[in-house]
Design a protein around this ligand. Structure first.
Ligand code: PBG
Length: 323
């Protein structure tokens, strides 16, 4: 035998040398859930180890994460039903707790990257990402609301806006509004290929944001489609996106690779709530080794081509790998 590939696997030191993919804490954005109030820390039932925090406790959590090397956070607000309406008005109320919290986080941790979510669902009484009229999700009318929301988030100090609703033309619309108002430095991480997925279930529990009727299939992508992700990627690129995201991650590793091979922009992948819940639930049952399953999944996302990984495992990864 001339070739014996096993020679390069014979010891941990050799395996370390030939390792093609290496995860670093710098790869991660940690998504976190914010609620109004003080001294609140409520675990999300379907996401063990993940909490909804009031701002005071979120600041402590961010400090702990920063000490572990995590430098980027994506903050999602959970609003009570009483604050929701058809037009997601609360999303651009300057006094709303979410915008005040973004400002506070950036004031206390100016070096940290704060990403915000641009979509109507946390504020919508219909639980949809767009304006609902006679059972239809209106596109262009939704853009107007997204524009106001984006401007308010930029004014609060967000570094990266994450339009997550899959409305057509949103990236260009938001880019224009930001630029017209002097926010040329605020970045856009577009949810480019966001699929209509069952894996968002635990997130909708965390935010109480499930649609009141219908589903999200007229705006989010069909799981069957691959090349369609390139149509979205081309548009987001033309419209000025700084990052392209694929979501969910694990069932769409092929799409991550597709965008990586066809774009020069950094590619992000969102390791979503359901992907977190699956590993946690089976580890709790003793059915698999949760830590190894986590590391293997995160590695696969990076190997597929993701430069940036949004994951609820970010802190756990940082804790395990710190020296
Ligand atoms: C909605 C939004 C969702 C997620 C992020 N932003 C859910 C949805 O589209 O219904 C899901 C994140 C996750 O599951 O972790 N704008």
């Amino acid at each position: 035998m001339q070739r014996r590939p096993r020679r390069n696997r014979k010891s941990q030191a050799i395996r370390n040398m030939v390792e093609e993919t290496r995860l670093s804490v710098k790869d991660f954005i940690f998504p976190m859930f914010l609620i109004d109030g003080i001294n609140q820390k409520i675990e999300v039932a379907s996401m063990p180890g993940i909490y909804r925090y009031s701002l005071d406790l979120m600041l402590k959590e961010i400090e702990e994460c920063v000490n572990l090397g995590i430098m980027a956070f994506d903050i999602f607000p959970a609003y009570p039903e009483s604050k929701k309406d058809k037009y997601a008005t609360e999303s651009h109320n300057q006094e709303t707790f979410y915008l005040k919290a973004i400002h506070k986080i950036k004031t206390i941790f100016p070096e940290v990257v704060v990403m915000t979510d641009v979509a109507m669902d946390p504020y919508s009484s219909d639980g949809h990402d767009g304006l609902v009229e006679n059972g239809k999700i209106l596109n262009d009318e939704t853009l107007e609301i997204l524009g106001k929301m984006s401007l308010a988030q930029a004014q609060a100090g967000a570094d990266i806006l994450g339009p997550s609703d899959m409305m057509d033309g949103r990236v260009g619309f938001i880019r224009d509004i930001l630029d017209e108002n002097g926010f040329t430095d605020v970045s856009i991480m577009s949810y480019t290929a966001k699929y209509a997925s069952a894996f968002y279930g635990p997130f909708r529990d965390a935010l109480d944001s499930a649609p009141k009727s219908g589903d999200k299939k007229t705006y989010q992508m069909d799981a069957a489609n691959y090349y369609e992700a390139l149509v979205e990627a081309d548009l987001d690129t033309e419209e000025g996106a700084d990052f392209l995201m694929v979501k969910p991650a694990l069932a769409y590793l092929d799409v991550i690779r597709l965008l990586k091979d066809n774009s020069n922009l950094p590619i992000a992948a969102y390791n979503v709530s359901g992907e977190y819940a699956m590993i946690k639930a089976s580890a709790e049952k003793g059915w698999l080794d949760g830590e190894r399953a986590m590391l293997e999944s995160l590695l696969s996302i990076k190997r597929a081509g993701a430069n940036v990984i949004l994951s609820y495992f970010a802190k756990e990864f940082a804790l395990i790998t710190k020296d």
